[in-house]
Design a protein around this ligand. Sequence first.
Ligand code: UDP
Length: 331
Amino acid sequence: MDNNKKKLSLLVCGGAGYIGSHMSRMLSDHGHEVTVFDNLSTGYSKALKWGDFIQGDLRNPDDLEKALSSKKFDAVFHFSGLIVVSDSVKHPFQYYDNNVTGTLNLLQAMRNNGVDKFVFSSSAAVYGDPIMDLITENHPLAPLNPYGRTKLYTEEILEDYATAYDFNSVSFRYFNAAGAHPDALIGEAHRPETHLIPNILLSSIDQGRKLKIYGDDYPTPDGTCVRDYIHIQDLCEAHLAAIEFLETSQGAHSFNLGNGNGFSVLDVIKAAGDVIGRKIPYEFEPKRDGDSPRLVADSSKAHKLLNWKPRYGDLREIIETAYRWHKNPAF
Ligand code: UDP
C-alpha cells in the first residue's frame, strides 16, 4: 500500500459476485480492510478470498444492522443487485424488493451506524433508448425495463439523502462490464449465464451449447445491438478513485463508466473468434424484452473528476482475460 494512503475499513455488499469479488480483491491489494456482506444467492463462497465474510440478506434489516454495527466502516460499496433485464420484466416485485427496498434498508443501517459514504452500482440501463451517439450523464433518464428503473429510483433516493442528510454517494452507470482478473483466479460466473461474452466463450468450449443472438433488425449498422465493453479491472479502479473523491466531495454524483467504443453482437463474436482461433457458430433468436439498440458511453466526467482512464481499450484484450478464466473456472 502507498504509505501516504489511509487504511480504510470498507463493507462490500455483494462481494461474492462478479464485480464485488474483483473489487474486494483490489481493495485488499491496496491495503484496505474488507468485509463482504452477501446472501450467496448468486455469488460464490469460493470467490470470498479477500476480507471477512458476513452472510446476510439486504431484505432483512436485522442482518444489515448486525453487519453495519460489527465494525466502524468508512464507506460501503453496493454490488448486491439483481441484474437480469428480462427477469425484471417477468418478476418486477423481486427486482423492486431487492434492488430498491433492500438498498433503502442498507442506507438505513448505514445512517444508524454513522456511515456516510456510499458507492453504488448503477447502470447504463437508466438511459433507455439513446438519443445521443455517445451518452453523457445529462442524457434523459428513461429506462425501458424494471431493472433500469430500480437503478434510477435508487439514484434519486441518493439525491434525496444528500439533500436531507449528510450523506455522500457516487453512482456508477456501468456500460457492459466484461473480462476477468488477468491471473484468472476469479472471473465472471452467472448461473444461468445471460451475458454475451461468457455465452460466446462457453459455446466455444462446450460445442453442444449453441450461441443465440437476440434480434437481427435493430436500427444499427448490422442489425444487432451495440454495446460498450469495459474491463472489470478498469471498473474497479474507478471505484477506488471514488473513495478518494468522496473524501472531499459532498452530495450525490453519477458517472458513466465505459470505453466509448461501440461493438455490435456480431463484432464481439468476430473478435472472440480471433482470440480463440476459430469461427463461432450462432443462430438468430427473437429480441429479448427490454434491450436497448445501442448503449455507448461518454465517460469524460469520470476522466475529469475522478482522474480515471480505462487501461483495457482493446476488445480482444478484454475477451482474452475472460477466455483465460472460462477455460478453467474455479467456480
Ligand atoms: N446477447 C446475445 N446473446 C447472448 C447474450 C446477449 O445476443 O447469449 C446480446 C443482448 O441481446 C445484448 C448484448 O448481447 O444486445 C449484450 O447483452 P448482455 O446480456 O451481455 O448485457 P446487457 O447489455 O443486456 O447488460
